[in-house]
Each structure stands twice: as C-alpha cells, then as structure tokens.
Design a protein around this ligand. Sequence first.
Ligand code: ADP
Length: 496
Amino acid sequence: MSLTTKIETPSVTYEQPIGLYIDGQWVKGKEGKTFETINPTNEKPIVAVHEAGPDDVDIAVSAARKALNGVWADTLPSARGRMLTKLADLFDEHIDTLAAIESLDNGKALSMAKADVAASSACLRYYGGWADKIHGKVIDTDPETLNYTRHEPIGVCGQIIPWNFPLAMWSWKIGPALATGNTVVLKTAEQTPLSGLYAATLCEKAGIPAGVVNILSGFGKTAGAAIASHMDVDKVAFTGSTAVGRTILQAAAKSNLKKVTLELGGKSPNIVFNDANIEDAISWVNFGIFFNHGQCCCAGSRIYVQEGIYDEFIEKFKARTAKNVVGDPFAKDTFQGPQVSQLQYDRIMAYIKAGKDAGAKVETGGERHGDKGYFIQPTIFSGVSDDMKIMQEEIFGPVCSISKFKTEDEAIKAGNETTYGLAAAVHTTDLNTAIRVSNKLKAGTVWVNNYNLISYQVPFGGFKESGIGRELGKYALANYTQVKSVRMRLGSALFG
Ligand code: ADP
C-alpha cells in the first residue's frame, strides 16, 4: 500500500496521505495494521489509513524528545512564530481541500467546514504572534538578590483530539504548544483521521522541523492510552468525553504524573426570559443546539423558557427549526449533515427513545432523516422534567429539551443542576438580569444574547466535571509552560 491515495470529493480531488507522520517521515505502523474511515453521508468506507499502536507512540515520543532538546531548542522564538504564521497562511491557501476533507470524513456542511478552517488558521496565526512574547517577571525581594522567572516549555506534549471539530481541535492544541516551545505527539480521532494528516503536509511546507509535530491515526484504547500513560510524555491535553477524561487523569496519576488539561462534556443551559427579543433568541437557541448537528461539547441542549413566552417560543422555535436544511454536506444550502458514525447515530436514537418513553412531548423530529447515512431529524422535546435522562445526560446530537420556569432564581437553580459546567446562555434585554444571572451560572463560558460565539482570543473550558484548564487566548499559554524561579545572590554570604 502506498502512503498517499487520490480521493475525489464532490468539490475537489486531492492527494490524501494515509501513513503516520513521525519525525518528518510518512511511515506505516509497526504492527502493519490499517483501519477504514467511513463516509457518514453514505455509510461507505472512504479509505484505509495506517494505524498507530503503542510501539509507534514510543517512536513518535522519542522523535519529539530529540527535536525538543535539539533543533527546536535552537530555534528562536520569533522563528517559531513565523512558522506558525506560515502554517496559518497555508491553511488559508488550502481551505477548499481542508474543508472538503472535513465534509467527507465528518459529515459537516461544506460552508461550516470552511468556517472551521478559517477559525483554525486564525488560531494558529494568533499563537504565532505569541511565540516571541513569552516572558517571566523580575521579583524584588531584597537588594542583595536578583529573582526572575522563566516560562519554559513543559516538554513533549501528548494531544488527543475528538472527531467533532477535527481541524479546529488540531489548531487549538498545536498552536499554543508550539508557540511556547514544546513538541507534540497528536492522535486524531479514529472516526476522522484525514484532515489531521493533510494538515501535517502543511507543517512540512511551513518549515516546521522534523519531530516537532508528529501526527498519529489510531484508536483510543491503544494509541491514546499509550500516550496518556507514557513515561516520557510530560503533558497530555485531551478533548473528548468525561468518561475518557477520567481514564486520562488516572493514567497520568499511575505513570509519571504528567500535567493534564481536559476539555470534556457538557449539558449547557440556555435560559430565555420573558423580556428577550424573541426572534433573536430563537435564532441563537436554534444555532446553539443544531449547529454541527448537536455534536458540540457546549451545545445548548437544556432550554429554559420563562412562562410568559413559553407557548409562543415553542411555536416559533419549531417554525425556525423547520428551516434548517438537513442533507448532503456538499449541497449548497445544507445546514445539518449526518451524525459522524453508526455508533453516535445509535446512541442518539436511544436517547430519543428514552425521552419518548419517559413521557416527554416530541414537538418536532424524533426520527431518522432519509434512508441512508446517519441523518437524524432536528428534535425538540417539551415538558421535560429535570429528572429525565434527556435532561441529565449529554446526547451529542440534534436533540434538545425545553422546560418552563417562573422566576430568575428557579432558572439559575435549574441551570446549575448538572455535574457539567462548560457553557450557559441567558437571553434578556435587561442588563441587570444579564449580569446577575451570568455571575450565578456555574460555567466556563456564559453567552448573553448569543450562543456558540467562540474566538481564539477568549478562553474556553469547563467548571466542575467539564474539564481542567483553559484553552485559547493568553490563558492557554499557562497550560504549556512551567515556571522556573531563578534566585541570584549578589551580595556577600548570608551567614558570616
Ligand atoms: P466520543 O465518545 O465522542 O468518541 P471519546 O472521548 O471516546 O469521545 O474520544 C475522544 C478521543 O479520545 C479520541 O481521539 C479517542 O480515540 C480518544 N480515546 C478514547 N478512549 C481513550 C482512552 N482510553 N485513552 C486515551 N484516549 C482515548
């Protein structure tokens, strides 16, 4: 099997790398295994890619260690920055191909995939700008001592990413890690390996030295677990489910106590007050849950509507949702494509059944869309009580639950009644309500009169069981640096 293959998508034909990218080389896995990635639109295999096992993780970690202590340590911060900026430019130049790969492999609409690529390049460019602005402090203690801090790279970073935003997650991880002088072994999700491999070819073109970025395709229980428990990986950054996040933390604890950052699940409340601009609120609520087919960790899946507008809200929300075009990701007007896999499709349909069985009312949807591909109708449940499974658990699909509230306190209490704390939103025209409620919601991000607005400049991450640490913005730099205090004695010996 050669290590690239030609792939035709409805929008572009391109050369897809299928090997593992280790130490600047394209190689097969040591165990000689491959696995197929499936097109969720037609359920057919796209291509088989080489699979990394624990031995390949070892080789990639050694390459990353060698680069960390060698070529990367000798690279000026400003040069690191220029490479990241160049990589961002290459993302922009290759936007049509990168977006087509995402639509093919993940099923997201091409227009949304292009927005993902643009957001990814913006993120890489932003961290390119930070590379030569990483510095510590001078701390005065007494005239006889010079104290300063250095923000040094943590070292070899293992990065494990999910399938819902393959390129965006790739950039959120690689941008800050490289800006601060670390090297990386990144494992893509087994459902969507293709765009990460293509992006590796752009790392080569950007002049990033061999071994600094290593990209592996493989499964969580083998390659992912090997990264999390590796004795020579200094840090692991993970985005994915809360259940796997726990195993990553355990693996770090049982191995070398590597630093851990986690961006995990959510069950985010979206609260709409009587005085909200109802048309705008519905537009954001619709985007909050149905964007990316509900496959967002921050999806606004619990919708609390104040009693004065509850009936009107439901009717208008249903009418708005009916306008979401579900279908072929490559079709011009598509908003919602298929779910990523059979497994996700089955999980979501099981939740829909649980909602129906528990007596929640299906306002719209609740069934498969079409007869092939993993398509699910946008689904709205009303009359959902807090103890129902569909109100408690992360569904990760185009399914939301609406509930009625009377008072502000009741909305805040219900909004916080979850083990998660990734995001929340409040819709109101009263500034005081907006500020009071935002302050009381226990979530890493609170959107006021919008939803899902994410910027590379603004930190993102979870309270409670939604994660540890923050990605994006200046805050992410702290996750990729460790502080060294240097204390220089200028005067005479202290004692005698
Ligand atoms: P999902 O259930 O949405 O697929 P996961 O949390 O299972 O989300 O997967 C997110 C990422 O974590 C993927 O790259 C996957 O391969 C990886 N992963 C899954 N299980 C493990 C594990 N035990 N150790 C390390 N990584 C894992």
